[in-house]
Design a protein around this ligand. Structure first.
Ligand code: ATP
Ligand code: MG
Length: 361
């Protein structure tokens, strides 16, 4: 985890960000210097269906193979890698503890954490971050992150098998948060929500005055639409993915285009309802809960009708994030148009690529 308030210029090479999603792997290499953050490499590779299920890596071979292809196709400045996990295998909780020093917290957390997580403490890696050292009544607010060891080990193994060094392990939610901080910064005295909608997970992160107040991973995503298109049109996963990403305007058969459009709008509503349920829960459990804006990322943020219906049901402005907004891109080295089209799926990878070797979860 990266302390968002810490801003130290370290002349150390960034790690390579590797985001292993259920739909595709994204790989990025950034370089930070006094001019800013430069893009050195960005690549994406689709994965076959059922490669990553519920955050668990089921098809090692497919992942390692794609990773190796990406590594040899891109000149990487480092072998160190940051990966991230999300979904069922991760628990993020904001808890209140008596005020103590970071050292004391480090010592007691293993014991403290037990009551907050639904897993056996022996099966998880626990990390903590003090987000508000003086929350009142001699209490402090702490963000507790617990991730299942067996799942972490799988991510570490694929990176090693591909010939790289797993160095930083993060969670998708905080990677998106770091990406956002670089490109937009956190508005003071305002509450915003970052919502990353992938193929099988939606990561929600409500940030008040630059501090996380609520997070939730929903095990649902644009993969629902892929399955629906497959079923209704009786076509393969790859064909269905093609129809989704081509956009209705590029489907030559107008009957199919209309059907895809209708399915998109229906699934968009399903996803919006789930997001609304989580944000309703947040609102019901928080004082001064008003969210001023929602920032979307993830490939499925582009589903036709999703942004509109999210705006309508939550009555909050919704904006698609550009993860490359403040990243310096050399137009001689990159196809800038292509990069912009891929931008929504790059959110997690950019956040991972900002990390430095040795950063903690
Ligand atoms: N233009 C588009 N319109 C609709 N859906 C799209 C579009 N582009 C990509 N998608 C969908 O976005 C999803 C991929 O997004 P993303 O790369 O964020 O997911 P992921 O990281 O692979 O998955 P996850 O993190 O959920 O396991 C796929 O379901 C893909 O079909
Ligand atoms: Mg993802």
């Amino acid at each position: 985890m990266h302390n968002a308030t810490e801003k130290v210029f370290v002349a150390q090479k960034n790690v390579v960000g590797v985001d292993i999603g259920s739909n595709s792997i994204k790989l990025i290499n950034l370089k930070e210097n006094r001019q800013g953050v430069h893009l050195q490499a960005f690549d994406m590779a689709m994965l076959p269906p059922e490669t990553v299920v519920d955050g668990a890596l089921l098809n090692f071979t497919a992942i390692v193979e794609k990773l190796k292809e990406m590594i040899s196709a891109n000149k990487l400045r480092s072998k160190n890698v940051a990966v991230s996990v999300s979904g069922h295998s991760v628990i993020i909780k904001k808890i209140s503890l008596p005020e103590m020093t970071p050292e004391e917290l480090e010592e007691s957390i293993q014991w403290e954490a037990e009551q907050y997580i639904p897993f056996d403490i022996k099966d998880v890696n626990v990390d903590v971050q003090i987000i508000n050292p003086k929350a009142g009544q001699e209490q402090m607010d702490v963000l507790l992150v617990a991730a299942k060891k067996d799942v972490l080990q799988d991510y570490i193994s694929v990176i090693q098998e591909a010939g790289l060094k797993p160095n930083v392990v993060d969670v998708d939610t905080f990677a998106v948060q770091n990406m956002f901080e670089l490109n937009y910064g956190f508005p003071p005295n305002e509450t915003i929500a970052l919502v990353n909608i992938g193929a099988s997970v939606i990561n929600i992160n409500v940030i008040a005055d630059s501090i996380t107040t609520f997070t939730r991973d929903i095990s649902m995503g644009g993969g629902l639409l892929t399955s629906e298109i497959q079923r209704q049109l009786n076509i393969s996963y790859e064909e269905a993915e093609h129809y989704k990403t081509a956009g209705a305007g590029n489907i030559t058969n107008s009957t199919i285009a209309r059907e895809v459009q209708a399915m998109s709008e229906r699934i968009a509503l399903t996803l919006v309802n789930e997001i609304q349920r989580s944000l309703d829960f947040y609102a019901a459990t928080t004082v001064n809960a008003d969210i001023s804006r929602i920032y979307l990322s993830g490939g499925s943020a582009q589903i036709t009708g999703l942004i509109r219906s999210l705006e309508q049901s939550l009555e909050v402005p919704v904006e698609l994030v550009n993860p490359f907004k403040n990243i310096i891109v050399d137009a001689k080295k990159f196809d800038v148009d292509l990069l912009q089209r891929m931008a929504p799926v790059a959110a997690v990878a950019v956040g991972l690529g900002l990390r430095k070797p040795g950063d903690k979860l």
